[in-house]
Design a protein around this ligand. Sequence first.
Ligand code: GLA
Length: 706
Amino acid sequence: MPAVLPPVSFDPARGVAELRTPNSLYALRVDADGSPRHLYWGPPLDRAALDTLPAPHSPARSSFEAEAAADELAPQSGARFGPAGLQVRFADGTRGAQWRPAEHRITDGELRILLTDRHFPLAAELCYRVRPDSDVIERWTELRHTGGPDDGPITVDRLDSASWTLPPLSDYRISHLVGGWNSEFQLLRDRLPVTETVLTSRRGLTGHHAGPWLALDDGSATEEHGEVWSTTLAWSGSWRITVHRDPVGRTTWTGGFGHEGLSWTLHPGEQLTTPVFAGLHTSHGFGAASRAWHDHVRAHVLPDAEHDRPVVYNSWEATHFDVDHRGQLRLARRAAALGAELFVLDDGWFGARRHDRAGLGDWTPHPGAFPDGLRPLADEVHRLGMAFGLWVEPEMVNRDSDLYRAHPDWVVHSPTRTATELRHQLVLNFARPEVEAWALRTLDRLVRDNGVDWLKWDANRAFTEAAWPGRPDPDRLWIDHTRAVYRIMDRLRADHPHLRIEACAGGGGRVDLGILARTDQAWTSDNTDPVDRIAIQHGYSQLFPAATMAAWITDSPNGATGRATPLRFRAHVAMAGVLGLGGDLTAWTEDELAEAADLVARYKRIRPLVQRGRQYRLSAPDGVTAVHYAAADGTEHAVLVWRPATRFGHQPPALRLPALDAHAHYLDADTGLRYSGAVLRHRGIDLDLPAGDCASRLIHLRRHHP
Ligand code: GLA
């Protein structure tokens, strides 16, 4: 029997640390100069094999390149000319760190490499964590000023969470997500150029335009085959990841919170801790990488992955700002009859908020629209058997609001600059303790007084002119704001254990592993057109599990694109995530209401598979795509198939289901047809799609024991 190697180990004699996950090994080596350098990341190797690996070295050593071997966190010092993950300045103008030979500490699946500067009172800990049954390696950095009162401050210009290194590959390709409002999570797959490629957000929010996730491969990986290395940063404010493919064929990347140009002052005794930058390796393609991320997010990130996400009805697309007690009640009754389990009252219920120019910041019910407050609506929603949810946007304020009139200094602003308004609103500076305290107090009261079970927490603009008048270290607000959002969410959840929170920033503008550690799901996009949604959901699923992907059936034609689509297609696309309803139900015909109720009931039957199963993304000719959700024990399967556009003369193709067991048999839960697993894997299932554009089908299979 081979010896079972521990998940985390450090051998001082070899200077080698090993992080072992079920399907991968990550190894680093602390060199005599004290610098931890990357050694290996890939399929598991035993120790003897690991010891045959050459020490990390620069392949292009010359008088111009000395110690270019890949650092675990590259300080700006020595002959390192790539992107630095640690940039510091000391009071006398010296830049960069030079480490003493490192120490280490291992506790509970966590490895810390302790580094101290040879001259200045600066200490860094490079932290690594592996969790049981996860292939993800979590990494972060802690930086400390270890001096006394006589030591000057240390300026931190950059502190990344981690740097990562690929083995030499024949070529390099990057997969990443780009987009905009209404078009988030578009997956791009491009050859990595020989240069520095920067993925970043300078917006104070994760961003619609990019996300802190990437995958790298040699250009040959597919959905089910090939090695893939993938990383993601758990942070919801500004961020930067720099991927460096150098001319001699090596690829490294470094990333962390904050964008370029921000700095942070460390005074004696102070510490700066980065968010987690998590990474994984798989030998089985992009699909396996996504499944490993999904498993990790459900097991180790989400606060409560096991509860079924409820079928929501949200009033936004039906009523916009035109909300009142009677209108919402009418929608709530219809929603309950369709099988909704949660009713969310969206924007427009508070202050003078009859449009987007006033009222934001005044979190008391609009007296005309809700003369007796929200409680009567919440009570009625509860009587209808649904939970009651409320839209809030706590970080923002309209100038035309009582809050702004009382506290104009609470907003992120610079007194000498014109404050840019976006959607007529400004950002409150949550880094100010009194603003954080106000927000917590206000939200706590809202939840407590109104029987609120759910908050949809929105944020509809980026930061601009981000200064903090009178504050000596103003850039802190970029990081402290996000930390305050996290603290408030954590505190609300702790004080109201039944409360659930949905992350939203104009749709999917703030979805990442940081926000998902304190929310239950995310509003994926304001774009609810099902054809556009297929691409949005495809990108979203690269990293995030379906249990976090909120998706509504809304009206046709779609409000954003004008496209008319069948109800069944809209529903089948939304069923790939957390199904909800978002249209004007008072305008739906009796037939539509009956069909919708049936579709919601069908979703509830496959919900455990979608929300807790393993996901396989499939495609077939003629633009047919599908997502297969398999129960962890393989006994039950749901496949959602979509064909947006029909083509004359083309039969809908058979769809192969490679996740099925070739030795098993399956029964179609709806038609009673019996299938051989081998046939479904190798030849495929006939799709039998209805005629016309936007055709779709839900296939529900159960393993059959004849
Ligand atoms: C954002 C959200 C929408 C809706 C509106 C309300 O755009 O993404 O779902 O809540 O704000 O103003």
